[in-house]
Structure formats: structure tokens, C-alpha cells
Design a binder for this molecule. Structure first.
Ligand code: DGP
Length: 122
């Protein structure tokens, strides 16, 4: 899928839409989800134009990838959930129910995330 430069996270990256920033590094931005599912709900996004994890894995530079992985760890420390635990959620495409077509990881914590996805019936 081609990258849509008008997606909401692209606008946040360009400063056209505000966000509540948690962390910014050379290649990564972390900010609070507008509709938090738990007391801590931070979205971590690469600054580059990647739609899915697969795109990020194949097209991003090793520096961008390393920066992204480290930033997620740093967010858990900044938010005080590194010890109590947290869940990383990463949705891709139709079957992943991805709403915003700019690759992102949800960092969710501050309360139990609940069980894993249930097995499908039938
Ligand atoms: P996903 O379904 O994985 O694509 O999650 C997209 C998330 O983005 C969803 O939890 C709500 C969040 N979101 C959507 N629009 C905005 C926005 O304008 N600002 C912020 N901070 N979060 C947004």
C-alpha cells in the first residue's frame, strides 16, 4: 500500500495537528493516544513514511529500527510501567484492524491488559 501523506500521524509529525509528546528522538516520536484504553496508552511511531511493520522491517534503515526499538523501552521507563508490566499492540492492514496507515506501536499499561485474543469459534 502506498503511503498516504495526509494520514493523521503524518500531520502530527509535520506539526499540523497537536499531540501530547512523551518522547522524541532522531527517528521516532511517542505521544499519548487520543482515546486511551488504559491509564498509560502511548503511541510510538517512526518519523519515516512506513505503513506497516513489514514496510518498516524492509525499508527503514538499521539506525531507524534500532532507534524505534530503544524508544519503546524508554517510554516504558518514562511512564513508570517497566516493572509493573505493559502490553505492546501493533495492528497492520485490514485483518489487523489498523485505523491509521502510519506504522505504530501502542504501549499500554498502568492496569491489567486482560487476556490475549480469544480463540475463534468454530
Ligand atoms: P490503530 O487501530 O492501531 O491504527 O490505532 C490508531 C490509534 O490512533 C487509535 O488508538 C486512536 C489514535 N488516534 C487517532 N487519531 C488520533 C489523533 O489525532 N491524535 C492522537 N493522539 N491519537 C489518535
Amino acid at each position: 500500500m502506498a503511503y498516504d501523506t495526509q494520514n493523521i500521524f503524518a500531520k502530527i509529525l509535520r506539526g499540523e495537528i497537536p499531540c501530547t509528546k512523551v518522547l522524541e528522538t532522531a527517528h521516532t516520536l511517542a505521544f499519548r493516544d487520543i482515546n486511551p484504553a488504559r491509564p498509560v496508552h502511548v503511541l510510538v511511531i517512526p518519523k519515516g513514511p512506513y505503513v506497516t511493520w513489514s514496510d518498516f522491517a524492509t525499508q527503514a534503515s538499521p539506525a531507524e529500527q534500532a532507534d524505534f526499538v530503544r524508544a519503546i523501552g524508554e517510554v516504558t521507563r518514562l511512564e513508570g510501567i517497566a516493572e509493573s508490566g505493559y502490553r505492546l499492540i501493533q495492528n497492520n492492514g485490514d485483518h489487523g484492524h489498523q485505523e491509521v496507515p502510519h506504522m505504530h506501536v501502542h504501549v499500554v499499561g498502568g492496569a491489567s491488559a486482560g487476556p490475549m485474543l480469544r480463540r475463534m469459534e468454530g
